[in-house]
Design a protein around this ligand. Structure first.
Ligand code: HXC
Length: 507
């Protein structure tokens, strides 16, 4: 007679094996299974599965005759670089990875555990959405997941990886998390699919064009990372986690630092063009001051006129926000405002100091921007910087004009240390615009004279330094050394905003 241990071993084997035909279909579609994905993501042999034998409780449409252990979610905990994480993966080979009430409960159990233990949670999405046969029970499951996502926001890092379809209301769980990863050609996110779009708006669009990985990484800004394939994407998740603390009470892990991690230096003192209308690549500047010259960029393809991402300075993790003069002169617009503000707030939630590099001609003018609400979007950057209580260090590398000077982590919006290079131009606007307003009716000769006078008076950092708005004027070649000093000096920063339920960021 079969012993209870043997029975368990067999049931366990069956649960883990899954349905061979459906697994083959999944592989043929160029996708991995839930278990294969988890095995790649986590440190080898560390996965502990929870609720492996959970089954759905639905009797509609004879669904009780189809029972599969696990019911479309494989979830549990394990380690990434030796640190605890929680993970759950939708299993597309079980009812298309659709969400039942019971597998929603599995997810919620993990969300609650992750919050209680103070560890990141990672969702691997590949799902047909709400389990149609379960009706409102499935919808309720989604609602409960969103609730936990929101409660955990700012307490533990939450990461979503989209590895297949993610449609309808199901998109709102990833949207509530901190970072979304997508895979080229294989992942799709949309609130309404191509068929519904066609019926309602008569637009003909395929799923890739509507909500593929490139659309969300470059146009909508919904996603933060674009992987070439599943493995590459899961490796990026591991890399991101290396920059993050496990929770809001922890510090980000400090990497061991040795002098061979000094960035390879470029001639920074001659790097920025003397002609301030000429572009340069801010990424090169960042890479020449951070450890190993390594900048882990986030949302690389979205709003490229601002750069955000993580780096290390003497092993300490910093969040970097930088205008990018190589793209549209680094002008601020609606998308750059949203991108920067969200990143600043993430760094603040998780105690990551913010280093800002500023070279900004102003806000982008025009009806598209004004009608799109640049006033309310631009205000998000001010709000995010002011509200952030982490150390804030700013380096003005060239232009800092008008409102953009103020919003880009100026002394006035709460930066702790403000540096400027000797070629910095800190003024209300550029000389051309200023002279055209102040000297409308004068001769060209007088205009040239006025331009020269304006340039001498304002196109430099000295007036701001005289007023104490710039703490130190530094040579570009001193940047790394000055950042090290400033990070060291601000390490013990204590600042709290007045007690309130929460602020009302302009959304
Ligand atoms: C139950 C589902 C399902 C679902 C797929 N399946 N989606 N079962 N509920 N939502 C089942 C299929 O019946 C099929 O079972 C198996 O999963 C694989 O699906 P296929 O269609 O064969 O796969 P594929 O051709 O790759 O297409 C995948 C798909 C498609 C694009 C995801 O299945 C699809 O359009 N599904 C419905 C998507 C949808 O409209 N969901 C509801 C969204 S609204 P068999 O046994 O035949 O192999 C929503 C509201 C959430 O989610 C609100 C939250 C607040």
């Amino acid at each position: 007679m079969e012993s209870s241990n043997e029975r368990f071993i067999e049931l366990n084997r069956l649960a883990e094996a899954g349905d061979a035909v459906r697994i083959e279909k999944q592989h043929k579609a160029g996708k991995l299974t839930a278990r294969e994905r988890i095995a790649i993501l986590l440190d080898k042999g560390t996965f502990v599965e929870i609720d492996k034998f959970v089954i759905h409780q639905c009797h509609n449409f004879d669904l009780d005759k189809q029972q599969l252990a696990g019911d479309g979610i494989v979830g549990g905990y394990g380690k990434i670089d030796g640190r605890l994480v929680y993970v759950y993966a939708y299993d597309f080979t079980v009812f298309g990875g659709s969400l039942s009430r019971t597998n929603a409960n599995k997810i919620i159990k993990l969300q609650k555990l992750a919050l209680k233990m103070g560890a990141p949670i990672i969702a691997l999405n590949d799902s047909g959405g709400a389990r149609i046969q379960e009706g409102v029970s499935s919808l309720a499951g989604y609602g409960d997941i969103f609730y936990q996502n929101t409660i955990a926001s700012g307490v533990i890092p939450q990461i979503s990886v989209i590895l297949g379809p993610c449609a309808g209301g199901a998109c709102y769980s990833p949207a509530l998390t901190d970072f979304i990863f997508m895979v080229k050609d294989h992942s799709h996110m949309f609130v309404t699919g191509p068929e519904v779009v066609k019926t309602v708006t008569h637009e003909e669009v395929d799923k890739e064009e509507l909500g593929g990985a490139s659309v969300h990484n470059s146009t909508s800004g919904v996603a933060h990372f674009l992987g070439e394939n599943e493995e590459d994407t899961l490796m990026m998740v591991r890399e991101l986690l290396a920059f993050l603390p496990s929770n809001n009470m922890d510090d980000a892990p400090r990497a061991p630092y040795s002098s061979n991690m000094e960035p390879s230096s470029i001639d920074l003192d001659n790097f920025i063009p003397t002609d301030s209308s000429k572009p340069y690549d801010m990424k090169e500047l960042i890479e020449s001051v951070v450890d190993g010259g390594y900048f882990f960029e986030i949302q690389e393809n979205f709003a490229p006129n601002i750069l955000v991402g993580f780096a290390r300075i003497e092993g300490k993790v910093v969040g970097i926000v930088a205008n990018q003069p190589a793209f549209q002169a680094g002008v601020l617009d609606i998308d750059t405002s949203d991108k920067a503000a969200r990143f600043i707030r993430f760094c603040d939630c998780f105690s990551i100091p913010i280093v800002s590099f500023v070279d900004v001609p102003g806000f982008l003018p025009g009806c598209t921007q004004e009608h799109g609400g640049i006033i309310r979007h631009g205000a998000k950057i001010v709000y995010a910087y002011v509200e952030a209580t982490v150390p804030k260090i700013t380096v003005i590398t060239r232009k800092a004009y008008g409102g953009a000077y103020i919003v880009m982590s100026s002394k006035h919006t709460g930066a702790d240390v403000n540096f400027a290079y000797p070629n910095a131009e800190i003024a209300v606007m550029g000389q051309e615009g200023a002279v055209n307003i102040l000297y409308k009716k004068v001769s060209d000769e007088e205009k040239t004279k006025a331009r020269k006078e304006y340039e001498e008076k304002f196109s430099n950092p000295y007036r701001a330094a005289e007023l104490g708005y710039i703490d130190e004027i530094i040579l570009p070649s001193q940047t790394r050394e000055k950042l090290i000093q400033a990070l060291d000096m601000t390490h013990t920063k204590i600042r709290a905003n007045p007690a309130k339920k929460h602020g009302n960021i302009p959304l």
